[in-house]
Design a protein around this ligand. Structure first.
Ligand code: ADP
Length: 606
């Protein structure tokens, strides 16, 4: 990475941290300066005191130095306490902001990115790296140290610079002094860079293993997997699998720690060796005379602090440089674009719901896959049409809906709304046209009414009406707090567990509450009992009202009531027509599917 890139990354991070909490950034820097300056007050005044004693100064001078030492240290301590309080307050602000970054990014991403395995690996990786102290936290930590070390170095140099002006000290001693400082910095740079490389290589290997471990705990913790784990005795095989992966991490970590320990030992030995060198030079200078006793003490303290600070600064700079590689990855994730938001055209609100959708030779492949999930799909919806989409599993029905709702954009061809490519419309306005119930819909652990309305404040009468239309009215009257009953017990001990079929009805009510011109139901009766299923499709016209409705199912009987049926096979629309028209074609896919299912039902009935 070039220096310019390092600068850009660090500038961006600091700007980001400032935007999260100015208080935290300023108090971090101020705290660092004050703590670094504190040891120099007694060093400076003690030297003055020793020299004053040696010179036989009066009690007033001695008392002045003593009270200045204590007074200044007390003042700096008080200042530091106030800064610490500011830092504590600011760091909470900053932590909240940093945690929110992930949620905000995930919510603002296109659905395609959310489903993309590479993106989720990247997200997990940077999350893991942040938790282990890289990214912003690393920059904060080492910048704070660096500021402190720089202050310490400046203070040490200014208090020991007179060493070089003393004519009584030979040149070789002065050069040796400088040489020791340079050697300390170089050794640190070398050893720290080796250590960072070892740690970096270990963390890169860990990411996949940690993802597996996290998944293991999500299975173990989640009550939904509890039944299968118990019934199929999965506990031990899961534990064995996870333990195997854990052992692999531990082994690699132990190796990495051992290597780092070796490097640290070497570093410590060299540093103390160099410090010994400084003492020898100073003792030689003292023996040679021409340096006061107080100055010798001051030089010794300052130079040792200078060496520690120089070594620390070298480590901090190295760590910051290494961390820039992590930050680069972090920003790569934050910068993943959302192509859905490129369009800006307004979707004209039409009271007559005259919206036409057309698929023009649309083909689609999921990212990183070879096979087409949809191939050359051509289709026009008429307004108010009740369209059924049928086909075997994997034939492309859900993908068709995902494209219609702009979860993905077509690989080839275009989808048009009233003749204009849907990519040109404002994304949020376009999305507002659709109410969808996906097979894998998700309800949240909020109140029933909030789930139906998808908002905190809502129209209660309308929510009740929608629940009634979705066939949930009977269950609603049993709910202890009606619309205010909280679903599930994640956030509320009095939350109510509802069955899969009941949840599906609530999801349907949510789609009705949105009152969008298009209503799309993906296998909406899969979890319903036969009576509720019959209710949904016999009342489907009434449920959908004047909206354009798309009804997806692999159960052909439940689609019979639709005026128009699309038959999907291997990503293509192979037939289109009413039930009677499709049945008339005895060589067609629909006829074959119908007969296969009828046979199955009649055999079951018999
Ligand atoms: P259906 O809804 O008819 O059961 P889908 O539209 O879900 O079928 O799937 C069509 C094809 O696309 C299948 O071969 C399926 O494996 C593939 N597919 C679905 N979702 C993804 C995905 N996220 N990534 C890759 N392939 C997918």
């Amino acid at each position: 990475m070039k220096l310019r890139e390092h600068m850009q990354i660090e500038r961006r991070t600091v700007k980001h941290l400032f935007s999260l909490s100015k208080r935290c950034c300023l108090s971090t820097a101020a705290g660092s300066v004050v703590t670094s300056l504190m040891p120099y007050v007694p060093i400076y005044f003690s030297a003055r005191l020793i020299d004053a004693l040696a010179a036989g100064e009066g009690i007033e001078v001695l008392a002045l130095y003593a009270s200045l030492t204590v007074g200044l240290v007390a003042l700096l301590s008080l200042l530091n306490s106030w800064i610490t309080v500011q830092y504590e307050l600011g760091s909470k602000e900053q932590d909240r902001g940093l945690n929110w970054v992930y949620a905000e990014k995930a919510m603002g991403m296109s659905y395609a990115s959310i489903e993309d395995r590479e993106v989720s690996l990247l997200r997990e990786r940077i999350k893991y790296e942040t938790q282990t102290g890289f990214n912003e936290y690393c920059l904060i930590y080492y910048s704070r140290l660096l500021v402190g070390y720089v202050v310490q170095m400046a203070a040490s140099v200014s208090l020991s610079i007179s060493f070089f002006t003393l004519s009584t000290i030979p040149l070789w001693q002065k050069l040796a002094f400088v040489g020791v400082v340079i050697a300390t910095v170089l050794v640190n740079i070398l050893l720290t860079s080796k250590r960072s490389k070892t740690i970096n290589a270990f963390y890169s290997k860990c990411v996949d293993l940690n993802l597996i471990d996290e998944k293991f705990f999500s299975y173990v913790d989640d009550y939904r997997s509890g039944k299968d784990i118990r019934l199929y005795g999965l506990a031990w095989s899961l534990a064995e699998f996870d333990l195997g992966k854990q052992m692999s991490i531990w082994r690699q970590e132990a190796k990495m720690e051992l290597k780092c320990l070796g490097l640290k030992l070497l570093d410590t030995l060299v540093n103390y060796g160099l410090q010994l060198g400084v003492y020898i030079i100073l003792i030689a200078a003292a023996l040679g005379g021409g340096v006061s006793v107080g100055s010798i003490a001051r030089y010794a303290s300052c130079v040792l602090l200078l060496l520690t600070a120089a070594a620390g600064a070298a480590t901090a700079i190295q760590s910051l440089l290494v961390n820039d590689q992590y930050l680069k990855r972090y920003f790569e994730y934050l910068d993943i674009p959302n192509p859905m938001y490129q369009g800006s055209l307004t979707v004209v609100k039409r009271d007559d719901n005259e919206y036409y959708i057309e698929f023009r030779d649309v083909s689609f492949r999921y990212p990183n896959t070879e096979n087409y999930a949809l191939r050359h799909v051509n289709l026009k919806f008429r307004v108010g049409e009740k369209l059924a989409v049928v086909g075997m599993n994997g034939s492309g029905k859900t993908t068709f809906i995902k494209l219609l709702c702009r979860m993905y954009d077509p690989t080839e061809g275009e989808i048009c709304l009233n003749g204009v490519d849907i990519r040109k419309y404002d994304y949020d306005e376009y999305m507002a046209l659709f109410s969808i119930v996906f097979q894998d819909f998700q309800l949240m652990a909020f109140s029933l009414g909030q789930n139906v309305s998808a908002s905190a404040a809502y129209d209660r009468t309308r929510a009740e009406e929608c629940l009634e239309r979705a066939g949930f009215d009977g269950r609603l009257s049993d709910m202890p707090k009606g619309l205010d009953t909280v679903l599930y017990q994640h956030f509320d001990r009095e939350g109510v567990e509802i069955s899969g079929g009941e949840a599906q009805k609530v999801a349907l009510a949510r789609a009705l509450y949105k009152d969008a011109p298009f209503i799309i139901l993906d296998e909406p009766t899969a979890a319903l009992d036969p009576v509720s299923e019959y209710e949904v499709y016999s009342k489907f016209d009434q449920i959908a009202g004047d909206k354009t409705a798309v009804y997806i199912s692999h159960r052909l009987a439940s689609c019979r009531f639709c005026s128009e049926i699309l038959v999907f096979d291997s990503g293509n629309i192979v037939q289109r027509g009413s039930h009677d028209e499709l049945m008339a074609d005895e060589s067609g896919k629909y006829h074959a599917l119908w007969n296969a299912q009828a046979q199955y039902y009649s055999r079951e009935a018999g």
